[in-house]
Design a protein around this ligand. Structure first.
Ligand code: PMT
Length: 404
């Protein structure tokens, strides 16, 4: 890396999995995107792809052992760790994830990963059952809590012949995540951001509820991206299977009324409110304390209206930057613009949820970002990229206020 000091530097760690051949492609892609790349491999990785392949691709020595004579004046794993702007491990096995989660450092790759202060991006690849095991998911959660970025494995045919989750993510997506870490700025340092996510559940009886298909992915992506850019983030979320995002205060609620209470309690301390939550507009008027028996089922469930949290806060004219989301199936921009006006918002993010492949529960979405005097149509993007795009606009709205 010393010969191209002007380029951002990525240290690619390769572990022993069949996906190792794809890290050759990743190295090439990163170079094309303007990064200087070095490689560190586990001994097992060298069984899949030779160090010579990476040496040829990068023009740099490849670190494979703590004991090799690299003719370095400094301890090699420390110098590699310090030089890197981003470290990534692609593919990353369950074994290496476990080692990192427990702070073990017994080879060149894990020693370097422990020593580095650079952001770490991990793209796991393994058999479905290994990926889904509680112990693996606990290790992933522990690393996430320390700020490690995971590029989740995809679903498909695996090397072992199984079909399922565990396939190495698309190389371009991994490169996007690395690039985001390398170029991430701290433009939200000190800004207090309140985000809501997920859908609310409105109980009918102890086991039944009215709900919707919001997964929380959009809100969680925004909360995590804001925290990584330096914001102090509170995330109020409805029920979701997602683990806590990095660096946020997370408040888990169930109903619209609980969400309202949690948001109101934090609103006065916020500079920005971003409401991605799909809040139920109605709740059952009565809650049956015992499970309703099939033969006692009522002909109808009377409903009553939930408070509109965002409209209530818009009324206050508080100076907090208010951003709503609007899920629409017809006249997407027109209806969203009407919500912007009625709820007195600064910005509304409109999504067309008539296409079941986009919006609720999906990885990607297509949104329009609408302000009182402008509107922008974004292409179909991963929700993490939408989070970055949205927060770029938030940051540019806040800068003049900070300077005043
Ligand atoms: O969670 P994901 O699976 O990633 O899905 C993301 C999403 C599709 C849920 C998200 O992109 C989205 O569109 N969220 C808003 C959906 C919605 O309920 O829109 P709405 O038109 O009902 O509400 C408009 C705005 O008012 C929203 O910001 C909502 O949070 C807010 N609202 C709505 C009702 C209510 N009682 N109180 C509110 O504050």
């Amino acid at each position: 890396m010393s010969q191209t000091p002007d380029k951002p530097r990525v240290l690619v760690g390769v572990t022993g999995g069949i996906g190792a051949y794809k890290s050759c492609e990743l190295v090439r892609l990163l170079q094309r995107r303007g990064f200087s790349v070095k490689v560190v491999m586990t001994e097992a990785a060298t069984r899949f792809v030779s160090a010579l392949t990476f040496r040829t691709l990068t023009g740099e020595p490849v670190a494979t052992s703590l004991w090799a004579d690299e003719a370095e004046s400094r301890v090699h794993h420390v110098s590699l760790a310090e030089e890197a702007d981003v470290m990534t491990i692609v593919p990353c096995t369950a074994n290496v994830i476990a080692k990192l989660a427990h702070g073990r450092a017994d080879d060149m790759l894990t020693t370097t990963a422990l020593a580095t202060e650079a952001p770490l991006v991990i793209a796991p690849a393994m058999n479905t059952h290994m990926w889904r095991k509680d112990v693996t998911q606990r290790n992933v959660a522990a690393l996430r809590a320390r700020g490690v970025v995971f590029v989740e494995p995809g679903t498909g045919e695996l090397a072992c012949g199984d079909v399922g989750e565990g396939r190495l993510a698309d190389v371009a997506l991994i490169a996007d995540a690395i690039e985001a870490e390398a170029r991430r700025s701290r433009d939200l340092a000190g800004v207090r951001v309140l985000v809501t996510a997920g859908g609310t559940e409105e109980p009918i009886d102890p086991v039944r509820f009215i709900g919707n298909r919001s997964s929380g992915k959009t809100g969680f992506a925004i909360a995590e991206e804001a925290a990584r850019r330096g914001a102090r983030v509170s995330l109020v979320t409805g029920p979701t299977h997602l683990g806590d995002p990095y660096g946020c205060e997370v408040v888990r609620v169930r109903t619209a009324l609980e969400m309202r209470a949690a948001v109101l309690a934090r609103f006065d301390a916020a500079d920005v409110l971003i409401m991605t939550a799909a809040v139920a507009d109605f709740r059952p008027a009565a809650f049956a304390a015992e499970k309703i028996k099939k033969h006692e089922a009522p002909d109808a469930v009377p409903l009553e209206r939930n408070p509109d949290i965002l409209a209530e806060l818009g009324e206050r004219q508080s100076g907090v930057l208010l951003i709503g989301f609007a899920a629409e199936t017809t006249d997407v921009v027109g209806n969203a613009r009407e919500k912007l006006r009625a709820k007195r918002l600064d910005m509304v993010v409109a999504n067309d949820v008539s296409d079941p492949a986009l919006g609720f529960g999906t990885e990607a979405n297509r949104v329009h970002i609408i302000t009182p005097d402008a509107e922008e149509a974004l292409p179909v993007l991963d929700k993490r990229v939408i989070a970055r795009e949205l927060l770029d606009r938030v940051a540019s709205r806040l800068t003049p206020q900070k300077e005043r």
